[in-house]
Design a protein around this ligand. Structure first.
Ligand code: DOR
Ligand code: ZN
Length: 347
């Protein structure tokens, strides 16, 4: 018997689209299924000002395929020189939906991120006042901290003090990868949310390292041990309002992934909904997929839910999806979940 499921059209609360030829190549993959996405600002140079965000938004809209209905939700990159007045204006105009905090050196193009949190205090206070969420890449960068501990250490030494020092600041813990992240998000009250990626529900660190190194599974924060993956699965499928989908789909051309110093990022835009339906079915939680992909995110961001719907259909035969997307910037490998995908998105 064919199984099917109708959901409100999903949103992606954490997405990398890049720019130029890469943007042109990857945008259709997201726009095909998603209504809106929070667009990460870690371009080179980063999207710091309202004017830069407006220009980037125009480039995204210009790159959309004919007839696509997709709304980019713009984000400003927080630097130590960010101007509170500019951020207030960009929020007031409706252009900007969040500000992204990258600790300097934490990940791809994070060199302009924050080193001294005292320098961004006026911005954080303005954001708390106007209710503009701060999206946080939650990893410390100190070389003496083990890469698998960087999220848990960040929560204790940076995030918790920062939230205590800025009452009312609304925060999204981006792409959580640990049970500590899950527990902290759960306990944080209505001003704290957490995104979970598709790939962190599917891979643990063995997938990256056992039996040969798999560069296409390398991302940041790096996938952790299996107990953490189980905690993320329980969180995502719980229906709890604080957890919502942020794919962190992060395209890099194959030449830079399959490299002696490979870039971090999994490209999941193409098959995310098929992967998620598989995971939620496995967890006996298909009835909570819509909360994760389409309801909890808009509630946190205080935006209306989408009226349009998508239909997921489970087929007996596995669904064939492309191994790679061929962009003008070069080929980008699509995330391979390691199991056949039977769910497809129709209409
Ligand atoms: O894996 C990742 N890739 N993590 C990030 O935080 C950034 C992203 C990218 O921009 O490539
Ligand atoms: Zn990201």
């Amino acid at each position: 018997m064919t199984q099917s499921l109708t959901l409100r059209r999903p949103d992606d609360w954490h997405l990398h689209l890049r720019d130029g030829a890469m943007l042109q190549g990857v945008l259709p993959e997201t726009a095909r299924h998603f209504a809106r996405a929070i667009i990460m600002p870690n371009l080179v140079p980063p999207v710091v000002t309202g004017a830069q965000a407006a220009a980037y938004r125009d480039r995204i809209l210009a790159a959309l395929p004919e007839g696509a209905r997709f709304e980019p939700l713009m984000v400003l990159y927080l630097t130590e020189d960010s101007d509170p007045a500019d951020i207030r204006a960009a929020h007031a105009s409706g252009l900007v939906k969040s500000v992204k905090l990258y600790p300097a050196g934490a990940t791809t193009n994070s060199q302009s991120g924050v080193r001294n949190f005292d320098k961004v205090r006026p911005v954080l206070e303005a954001m708390a006042e106007i209710g503009l969420p701060l999206c946080v890449h939650g990893e410390v960068t100190a070389s003496e901290v083990d890469i698998f501990d960087r999220e848990a250490v960040f929560i204790d030494t940076v995030l918790d003090p920062l939230r205590r020092a800025t009452p009312g600041l609304r925060v999204v813990m981006e792409h959580i990868t640990t049970s500590q992240g899950v527990d902290y998000a759960r306990a944080g009250g209505p001003d704290l949310g957490a995104t979970i990626t598709t790939h962190h529900l599917i891979i643990n660190r063995n997938h990256i390292l056992a039996g040969g190194i798999k560069p296409h599974y390398y991302c940041l924060p790096v996938a952790k041990r299996e107990t953490h993956r189980q905690a993320l699965r329980a969180a995502a499928t719980s229906g709890d309002a604080c957890f919502f989908l942020g794919t962190d789909s992060a395209p890099h051309v194959d030449a830079l992934k399959e490299h002696a110093c490979g870039c971090a990022g999994c490209f999941t835009a193409t098959n995310t909904m098929s992967c998620l339906a598989h995971v939620f079915e496995e967890m006996g939680a298909l009835d909570r997929l819509e909360a994760f992909t389409s309801l909890n995110g808009p509630a946190f961001y205080r935006l209306p839910v989408n009226e349009a719907t998508i239909r997921l259909v489970k087929h007996d035969a596995p669904h064939a999806y492309p191994d790679k997307i061929y962009t003008e910037a070069g080929p980008v490998t699509v995330f391979n979940p390691g199991f056949p995908l039977h769910w497809t998105v129709e209409a």
